[in-house]
Each structure stands twice: as structure tokens, then as C-alpha cells.
Design a protein around this ligand. Sequence first.
Ligand SMILES: [Zn+2]
Length: 326
Amino acid sequence: MSSQVSIIMYHYVRDLTATRYPNIKGLELSAFRNQIDYFKRFYHFVTVAECIAALRGEVELPKNSVLLTFDDAILDHYTNVFPLLDENGIQGCFFPPARAILENEMLDIHKIHFILAVTSDPDKMLTEVFQFMDEYRSEKSLPDNDYYKTNFLKPMRFDHKYIGLIKKLLQRELPKELRTKIVNELFSKYVSVDERAFCEELYMSVDQIKALQRNGMYIGSHCHDHVWLNSVDPQEQRRQIELSLEFLHTVGAPTKDWVMCYPHGGYDDSVINILRENDCAMGLAVQVGIANLSQQNAFILRRLDTNDIPKEPGAKANEWTQKVLV
Ligand SMILES: [Zn+2]
């Protein structure tokens, strides 16, 4: 027996034009309201507990079930998302990157988002990144820039291809130390020299996360350091998972039958084994699709992006919705 659920992935949800960074890749708050209305018309909201029961074959969920997930503990989730979910009796699932919240330290991935939000010319920004790489090419034994273009420049679902390449270089492909250096230089040049203050405006606090938990929202793990779990050794995988469980304990979230949301969607067999040993019930990935709740798929559940859901008021059922309409 298996059940389907459309798991929707959200990051920034804000009144973009009223912020200092209107070009950040986020969802307009009005569009989020329209999506809630859309789900109310075509879907059946479910909770994490219902999904876990379905995984175990204890219940069968309607095909048009939907679960809303919010990654990275962005403050938007507390100020904009939570009131709307609460008003509508919907359980949202929130996945905080533990260390960023505990130590007030901004994740590189978010620095990159804001750098790109103030970039009007992707070509110029890519040139600037390549110039940094030129400086360190011999010291770090980097291949030439054409190598990166040939291997990583490809059409993206929601980004300009140069933006996609910049993200690839700065999030993953360059050596960790070098990409952190480049990201920090670009962040202080284009966005802010006061990272700490920026961080306080960007993320939820521990108390805000606790408040979500107390009010029926679900809080799950998004690792300690927001690492690609499939790029570190098993010992480090275990440490990341255990530290994030301590965080869940701190905020009063469940540490038995809990949910892992893989940072950057990175996982491997070793990660899944460690999750099973630690009473994790399911793992959320970023492969695009409708999740199939079965024991076999429990740790590789697909998600849809908010951009896969219509944003205009009164929208008709789109292709993803038509697949699950009963
Ligand atoms: Zn994340």
C-alpha cells in the first residue's frame, strides 16, 4: 500500500517590493496567499504524523494530499507564513539549519542569494568570480575557466544559466576555503559589511522556532552546518545528524519519528543508514516530483517547488495538480 503526497518547498516568502532586496529569488506574499487558496480548492492538507502513518501502511491518504515545507528558518516564515497557516488550520513543516540559528552566523548559500539579488548583470558577476579564481588558480591547482563552463554551464529551471554556474562554483565546485573567501568578499562589497546584523534580520530566533512548535507547526532537521551530507565522511554525517537532534530537543521538537530535510538535497546510503539508526522516519529530497509514501521511498521523498504551483488568484488546476485530482 502506498499514498501520494505533493510536498511543496518554500524558501523566502515576503512582500518583495517593500524590502531592500526586491530581486531576491523569493515568493511574493500575495502569491503565497493565492497558493494557499489554490491548495484549499484542489488539495487536502495533511500533517507530518499522517504522512508517517501512511508510510507505515496504517492509513491511506487521498491522492491530492499536500504538505507545505519551509527550509532554512528564514524570518519570513515566522512573520509572514505562520499567521496565514495558523489562520487556516494548516500544519507547516520548518527546517532550521541549527548552527546558523544558534551562533547567528549567515550561511554561505544565503550570502550568495543576496549577492545575486543585487547583480543586474550575470555576465559581469561571472567575470568577477573568474577573476578571483585566476588569482588562486596555481595555489589551489584549479583547472582553467573553460573547464567549469564546459562541465557546469547548463540551462536551469528557474535561473539564468550564468547565475546557475556562479551558484555551482560558489556552493560546491570550488575548494571550501576559496569559495568562502570569494563569497565573503563579494558579500561585503555588494551587500553588507555587518554580517551579524544582517543575520539577525534574516533568520528566526530559537524562541520564535519554539513558538512555532508550541503552536502545532512541525520542526525537523536541516543538519547542523547545512552541509551536503553526501560530500562528508560517515563520521561527520553522524556528527551533523546528532547535533541537529540536540537542536530539535532544545526547541521542543520530536526526536523520535522525526523528519530530515537534506540541505541542498544531498544524501547517500550511509546517511540513510545513520538516519534509520537514529529513529528518523522520513527524508525530504529536492528531486522534482510527487512523493510516494512507502517504506521503500521513505528517505528519498520528492518535492515540488513553489514555482511549480500557480501564483495568480483563481488559477485553474495545472499539470501537477491534474495528476492527483480524484
Ligand atoms: Zn537549506
